[in-house]
Design a protein around this ligand. Structure first.
Ligand code: NAD
Ligand code: MG
Length: 359
């Protein structure tokens, strides 16, 4: 097992990573305040892991709250059913909310914990690779609004994050690859040696080697924790975590949400960011291609949708959150392992990147 500390002054917390942690009451107990626990999960994950977690928490009064599965349910209505479950079972201010699931469950349960009786104890047990390396770290919680994704929410840090690498055994391979896009992202933005490690270990990771997974998750969480520790509320360096996301969001939106998984769109979007960084003369062709090969090895798409035009890209990118003062800000690579957020580039280079022929 690996333990990592997210350093946020009085909101600091540990992340435990390893195989079989779901049964470790000794890790959970110190982070539970009273006797009441609510486990928020969904219909897909409940049959797989809910009983095991309830057995681990046999000493507590546990209320399971099982939600429907899917991004479409990351909504106000579903949030209300979490409060129904908490109030119906008379949870008081000393209750602990545990999120058992992927990013959808984590974001929603976290927001519920932030709001319930003005804030109760919260623990994350992320079960997708994406949630283990990304959404469970950093304290962003929330729900979608019909007019925008993640538009209603709060910064709310958990007491602890417990990552059981064995939970990935049941994750569909396509979801595993999608999470790997964010893992590779950390190497590209701030940890060049990690890229070499990933090149060596991608096969082991995709065959769910527990030791390799523990290392990759630890290194990813450490990268995110460092960035978030330096900029909790995203006023500066935290934006580098969006490498590939501006191009990627355009793909997700144009293709219709869910057609491309987020990680798939981020992979193709990052290839575009690599191409643009290459065209700016910041990285060379070998470095660009190294990034592309890593996404390919992870089973991810490296070519944006053939049917998407530069105009469609621009239209979606212009409404992206990263537009400040009319200038489109992009996350690009100064070198492999060093991301910058910038709107200072020749407009023709962006146009050429959008019009480029991808292999
Ligand atoms: P998800 O939560 O929808 O999970 C993907 C699918 O896998 C779901 O069908 C889920 O039921 C299933 N699943 C989960 N764990 C499983 C397991 N162990 N075995 C089998 N099936 C399992 O998707 P996700 O990719 O984990 O998260 C995406 C969400 O995370 C989005 O809503 C996004 O906005 C959010 N997000 C938040 C942050 C943040 O900082 N808070 C960062 C990135 C993404
Ligand atoms: Mg992402």
């Amino acid at each position: 097992m690996q333990t990592l500390h997210v350093d946020l002054a009085e909101r600091s917390y540990p992340i435990y990573i390893g195989a079989g942690l779901l049964s470790r009451v000794d890790l959970l107990a110190p982070h539970i305040v009273g006797r009441q626990v609510a486990i928020v999960t969904n219909e897909t994950i409940a049959p797989l892991y809910l009983q095991a977690l309830q057995d681990t928490l046999a000493a507590y009064r546990v209320t399971p709250i099982v939600l429907p599965d899917g991004e479409a349910f990351k909504s106000w209505e579903t949030l209300q059913t979490i409060f129904d479950g908490l109030l119906g079972a008379r949870h008081d201010r000393r209750t602990t909310v545990i999120a058992l699931g992927g990013g959808v469950i984590g974001d929603m349960a976290g927001f519920a914990a932030a709001c319930y009786q003005r804030g109760v104890n919260f623990i994350q047990l992320p079960t997708t690779l994406l949630s283990q390396v990304d959404s469970s770290v950093g304290g962003k919680t929330g729900i979608n609004h019909p007019l925008g994704k993640n538009m209603v929410g709060a910064f709310y840090q958990p007491q602890a994050v417990l990552i059981d690498t064995q939970s990935l055994d049941t994750l569909p391979p396509r979801e595993l690859s999608a999470g790997m896009a964010e893992v590779i992202k950390y190497g590209l933005i701030c940890d060049e040696p990690f890229l070499a490690w990933l090149e060596q270990n991608m096969t082991a990771l995709r065959s769910l080697d527990q030791a390799a997974l523990t290392q990759a998750i630890e290194r990813s969480c450490a990268a995110k924790a460092r960035v978030v520790g330096a900029d909790e509320k995203e006023t500066g360096v935290r934006a580098t975590l969006n490498l590939g996301h501006t191009f990627g969001h355009a793909i997700e939106t144009e293709m219709g949400y869910g057609v491309w998984l987020h990680g798939e769109a981020v992979a193709a979007g990052t290839v575009m960011a690599l191409e643009m960084s290459y065209r700016l003369g910041w990285i060379n062709a070998d470095e660009r291609d190294r990034g592309i090969r890593l996404f390919q090895a992870a089973g991810l798409p490296v070519v944006p949708p053939q049917e998407m035009t530069p105009e469609q890209f621009m239209e979606h990118m212009a409404v992206d959150k990263k537009v400040l003062d009319g200038q489109l800000r992009l996350v690009l690579l100064r070198s492999l392992g060093e991301a910058v957020v910038t709107s200072d580039y020749p407009a023709e280079i962006l146009s050429a990147t959008l019009a480029a022929d991808y292999p």
